[in-house]
Design a protein. Sequence first.
Length: 293
Amino acid sequence: MLYIDLHCHSRYSDGLMAPADLIRRAAANGARALALTDHDETGGLAEARAAAAELGVAFIPGVEISVTWRNHTLHIVALRFDPDNPALQRGLAAIRDGRVERAQRMAAELDRQGIEGSLAGAQAHVSNPRMIGRAHFARFLVERGHAKDVKSVFKKYLAEGKPGYVAHQWASLSDALEWVSASGGVAVIAHPGRLNVDDKTLCELFTEFKELGGSAIEVVTGSHMTQQYGQFAEYARRFGLAASVGSDFHGPLESMRDVGVLPELPAGCVPVWRDWTEVQTAGTSSPQSPPAG
Ligand code: AMP
Ligand code: MN
Ligand code: MN
Ligand code: MN
């Protein structure tokens, strides 16, 4: 197993746990290195970093940026950037503002389905007033008995093509990659296996991503089926991209994989953390061991 997790969510976006609790859970699972990657939001990084330092877990700043590429929503995980970078923060703030406007249109659609009060209902599940998403609507709809769990509510109402879904224009891929490089980070295509596109389109995406300075694709993720690990390892190899791993953990009952520990990358992958010294050295010195001398 790998005790590295470069994709998970806290209450600063649509996760269920506070950043410090998330880090404690990851550490208890054996994590050596962790990136918190809230959607379009870096507000939880300081708390996570402090908790990680206390527990001797290497901490990597992260964020999952919502992008529109052609007509598809694409998630770009940015890692190891400077969270104080103004260009990055301006970009993320604009995406979050778009989320507020989208939430109003989602609520209007749900109204037409006879489901009233969903905006206020979703807001009651929001813990960071700067960030609202479909997961908050999903939790409201489950609470009202419209489906048995979050997964089913997406299938019935919130997934693309369903009655509560509204199209939305996120950031462009080139803008997102510009913010990542301006802030000194690396860009990873999150869970490419969830993109509903053919092989030719995927190849065009990987080519364009690489040309724009992108570094890696997520190969092992809680959002891929096990059979997809090999498939995306092969894409990574073909396009000269590194490979990343992440649980995409949101909370104990809402996620495929727990936070902090993941299966190994398939043979031949170049890990995105290959040159990251803080990850290389993590776990070789225990925070519990007495100071030397
Ligand atoms: P948003 O960025 O607001 O459109 O919401 C995307 C988030 O919704 C994802 O990060 C997941 O947390 C959640 N989500 C999307 N699709 C599903 C699904 N089929 N089942 C459960 N959660 C989902
Ligand atoms: Mn999410
Ligand atoms: Mn995602
Ligand atoms: Mn995610």
